[in-house]
Design a protein around this ligand. Structure first.
Ligand code: GLC
Length: 456
């Protein structure tokens, strides 16, 4: 009787904690999980990348969704294609900006939803190269970034608002055009085109480190795209490539349902940061990357001057890393091919901070300590990095750190040793470490003052 009661109680607890007794990962799941973690090891180490949204929509200068937002026909959109001539485009300049910011990988839009190709696809004439003296912008990007030692990725829209066999579904610009809807759409034909273009990208351009597919919705998800076949083909040419997770949509999955997929290696939270490190339903860490714009939009927008401050970007990067995540930070070059000056200035500032503090970002992840009032933690091996972000009164208390186990504390950006004590004002219990930073309420170094705590 007593045992029966205990059993009922136990199943209640398990049920409400979301752990179901029979759920444990299959061998197949574990094997795939291991592959995902192995493949993403360099990427999880590097943490910080550049997203580049570049296309003919830069001429319209109202963001990359202009064709859909304003329900523009392909005929009317042509004026942007005809006008698009990025005379200032120099991939080496872009690569230097990324490098100086401390970015370790970069992802460029090879084709966005408007269907206009930035690469010299043999499967369409709807491409920049014919109007750009035969230059293949994607190839130039890949070569320039590789030359700077930056890993390279390509964004490819599986949605296509231009292809005649892509139906006017979802956010298609002609979604409300009844006549357009009467056309015959040959889906297999579209799939052949889409798979063919992806094959060109992974076969003809050397080593591609990341493929960033965008995106799935409603029933346009997974096998609708013949995703398994697509992934198999990609991996045949690029066995080590990392894939995002948008070949299948899994919006709204809670941590109790989330799994690592065979169709993608990392999750892609957009314009926001998860509250806690993402985990699968078995409690294992899941690789993830927040993608974020510097103003409010991905493609160039002439009137959006709502730039985030360098401080907010540094804090965002730290926030992501403190939860085992990456940050893919976007730039939207203008129609001439220049990264907006405002973006360049922000990235320069971020780069100045990274030059002294990147040790607390690269190779780092979450710490078991609770988030403190004054900032956040990242950690790596035997070292804890206390990121002092907000004004603070008194010493910095890294609550939860056992002072007896500490070897030394340093100011990361100067290398100066910092004094500390294990108790303050009767706060004598173990598990407090009060680091003296001169009783200055403001952090002494912008935008994040990093205190490096080394354990014995
Ligand atoms: C969305 C948008 C797209 C953008 C992408 C970046 O899916 O459709 O314009 O490229 O997010 O994450």
């Amino acid at each position: 009787m007593k045992n029966a009661k205990l059993l009922i109680l136990l199943s209640f607890v398990l049920c409400f904690s979301g752990i179901s007794a029979q759920e444990s990962p299959s061998k197949e799941y574990q094997d795939n999980y291991k592959k995902v973690m192995d493949r993403t090891a360099w990427w999880r180490n590097d943490r910080f990348g550049m997203f580049i949204h570049f296309g003919a929509y830069a001429v319209a200068a109202r963001g990359e969704w202009v064709k859909s937002n304003e329900e523009i026909t392909t005929e009317s959109y042509q004026k942007y294609i005809d006008e698009f001539n990025p005379v200032d485009f120099d991939a080496r300049k872009w690569a230097k900006i990324a490098k100086a910011a401390g970015m370790k990988y970069a992802v460029l839009t090879a084709k966005h939803h408007d269907g206009y190709c930035m690469f010299d696809s043999k499967l369409t004439d709807y491409k920049l190269s014919t109007l750009f003296g035969g230059r293949d912008l994607v190839r130039e990007f890949l070569e320039a970034f590789r030359a700077e030692g930056i890993k390279v990725g390509l964004y490819y829209s599986i949605i296509d608002w231009h292809h005649p066999d892509y139906p006017n579904v979802g956010n298609h610009p002609q979604r409300n055009d009844k006549e357009y809807g009467k056309r015959k759409f040959n889906w297999d034909n579209y799939l052949k085109y889409m798979h063919g273009q992806v094959e060109e990208l992974v076969r003809d351009y050397g080593k591609i480190d990341i493929m960033w597919f965008d995106y799935s919705f409603d029933e346009y998800s997974g096998e609708k795209w013949k995703a398994k076949e697509l992934v198999q083909m990609v991996r045949k040419y690029q066995p080590d490539i990392i894939l995002d997770n948008r070949l299948k949509h899994n919006d709204g999955l809670s941590s109790k349902q989330r799994t690592v997929s065979t169709l993608g290696d990392f999750e892609t939270p957009e314009q926001g940061i998860p509250d806690v490190p993402l985990t699968d339903k078995f409690g294992n860490a899941i690789p993830w990357e927040t993608c974020l714009t510097l103003n409010g939009v991905w493609g160039y927008n002439e009137s959006d001057k709502n730039w985030k401050s360098p401080e907010l970007i540094v804090h965002t990067l730290v926030n992501c890393v403190s939860k085992n995540g990456n940050l893919l930070l976007n730039v939207g070059p203008d129609a001439r091919g220049n990264i907006p000056q405002e973006s360049v200035s922000i990235l320069k500032e971020v780069g100045n901070w990274m030059a002294k503090n990147s040790e607390s970002i690269y190779g780092c992840g979450s710490s078991a300590l609770a988030k403190p009032d004054w900032g956040r933690y990242t950690s790596k091996g035997n070292t804890l990095y206390a990121h002092w972000l907000y004004p603070n009164i008194g010493d910095i208390n890294t609550r939860g750190v056992d002072g007896d186990k500490v070897k030394a504390v340093y100011m990361l950006c100067t290398g100066a040793e910092l004094p500390y004590q294990k108790s303050w004002w009767g706060n004598t219990e173990p598990g407090n470490l009060f680091i003296s930073v001169g009783r200055n309420p403001q952090k002494p170094y912008k935008y994040d003052t990093v205190l490096k705590i080394q354990f014995k």
